[in-house]
Write a protein that binds this ligand. Sequence first.
Ligand SMILES: [Zn+2]
Length: 392
Amino acid sequence: MSTLAALWRVGLLALFAWTSPALAVTGDTAEFVKLADDVYAYVGRKNDANAMVIVTNQGVVLVDTGNNQPDTRDIAQKIKSVTDQPVRWVVISQYHGDHFGGSPYFTPPATLIVHDRVARDIAAMKPHQVKSWRKRFPERAAALEGLSPKDMMMSFPDRMTLNLGGKKIELIYVDDTYNIGDVAVWLPESGVLHGSFAAYKDRHPDIRPDFSHGTTITMLKELEALLALKPRVVVPSHGPLSDVHDLQAMVDYVLLARQKVRVMMDRGVPLPEIIRQFNMDEFKGWDRATHYDWMAETIYRELAGLGPIIVKTTEVETKGTLTKVVEAGRNLSVDAGDGKEIRLRVTSDTNIEGVADRTQLRPGMKIEALYEVPQDFNSALGFDVIELGVKP
Ligand SMILES: [Zn+2]
């Protein structure tokens, strides 16, 4: 390298160090962004779940339903601000609460469209889940009496095309043993893609050893299918809008992550040590480095052909006082009186009594909770709550 080039490089590095990469995290308030004629993205605040809106003269197609109740109502408002058409179809890109949880706001009269495997899971919802689904929006209680989500649902096995008011909307499922039905939504006329789970921008992917969020091999298969579409704009499940270059970056990321684990396995490094050593520091500035442990273990299980960890859970009851409430009530710390802190996680399936929703939870409240404790599993985010009662 010439002296000049070296100096230039030092200068460039200094510039990068000085600008220090901002994490790929969305702003403090949600944004509603026009992507093409009649196509909008709802970009959730602080990387909360995104949604996509397609307006046709036969009604609105909504892809995903908001991270929580305020977001769902906000999405409905934003839709009203651009069209008088009612929401008639709700496509679920990923069967997790932060994508599916707002569906009772729209269905009925809207119809739910999901992948066949998700439809089977929805049909098998447990009573507390159906109860929580009906109660999620008090203003909808009368409309949902006696209903469950399967009562206005259609599903498809592989691909489905909606032709509505002259617009073409393609739903794409990439098959995988452990992929529970992630659906990408492609608008060939405008080049807009809702990329579902695989399409993160600058974010360490959320994959887990129970394969509940797919696997790296699923991601590669999905990314390959999505890259072939050459999208102009990509709406990821979470985080800032992206494009085809970000899809390619994610392919590079996943290949490198797999290679790192493979090399350690070939050297006979045991799993706990692989988890300790594994990092993806080449991707500095990417959000959620907290995902490293799970990622290393997931890849290890994939490469060793072990399949997902089957997690057995036991239900545990506790009473106590909330000591910490973060992320609008999603994550709670409870003092159960014996000096031990229990970390709980409110999901969209949690049936909450005593307050309207989790955003009303405050430190100091006395609660009773029934929660699930997985055996032999790293519950890094806390235990999932089934029932949560707030005492007056
Ligand atoms: Zn999500």
